[in-house]
Design a protein around this ligand. Structure first.
Ligand code: DQA
Length: 157
C-alpha cells in the first residue's frame, strides 16, 4: 500500500487552541485522524508528522522523495505554517527531491490576511494548492493528489 505524508510545520501542534477564529477548534490529532480515515477510504497508508523545526521538515521531505522514487509513496500534503512565507530551504527541499508531488495546504485563506502571508516559497515548487477550506483542506488535498496521480482509483466518486 502506498503512503501519503501529512506534513505540518511550526505552531500547527497548537491547533484547537491557537487563534480559533482563524484556524477553528479542531486539534491536530483530530485532523490527523480525519486524514487517516480518508486514507483508509482511498486505499493509502497515511503517515502524519509535525515539527516546529525547519530541518526536521526538510529531512522528512527527503525521506519521502526516496520513497516516491521507489514507488512506495504517492505524495505529500504540506502545511508549512509560517515557513511558507520565509523558507527558501523548504522550497529547495521540494525541488531537490525531484518528483514527489507536494500539495501545499493552508487552513485559512492566506490571501485575505496580512500582506506578509501573500507570498509563498512553497507554491512554485508545489504540485497543487488548497487554501481557505479550514481543516477539511487536508482531505481535499489528499483527494486531489489521488485524482491527479491515480485517477483509476475505484474509491473515487
Ligand atoms: C497557515 C497560514 C500561515 O500564514 C500561518 O503562519 C500558519 C498557518 C494556515 O494553515 O492557514 O501557521 O499555514
Amino acid at each position: 500500500m502506498k503512503k501519503i505524508l501529512i506534513l505540518n510545520g511550526p505552531n500547527l501542534n497548537l491547533l484547537g487552541t491557537r487563534e480559533p477564529a482563524q484556524y477553528g477548534a479542531t486539534t491536530l490529532p483530530q485532523v490527523e485522524a480525519m486524514c487517516r480515515a480518508a486514507g483508509e477510504r482511498l486505499g493509502y497508508e497515511v503517515e502524519c508528522f509535525q515539527s516546529n523545526h525547519e530541518g526536521a521538515l526538510i529531512d522528512k521531505i527527503h525521506e519521502y522523495g526516496r520513497l516516491w522514487k521507489e514507488g512506495r509513496a504517492l505524495g505529500c500534503v504540506f502545511n508549512a505554517g509560517a515557513y511558507t512565507h520565509t523558507s527558501v530551504a523548504l522550497h529547495d527541499a521540494i525541488k531537490g527531491v525531484d518528483g514527489l508531488p507536494v500539495i501545499e495546504c493552508h487552513i485559512s485563506n492566506v490571501h485575505a490576511r496580512e500582506s506578509f502571508r501573500h507570498h509563498s516559497y512553497i507554491s512554485p515548487a508545489a504540485a497543487g494548492i488548497v487554501v481557505g477550506f479550514g481543516v477539511a483542506g487536508y482531505v481535499i488535498a489528499m483527494e486531489g493528489l489521488v485524482r491527479t496521480r491515480e485517477p483509476g482509483n475505484s474509491a473515487l466518486a
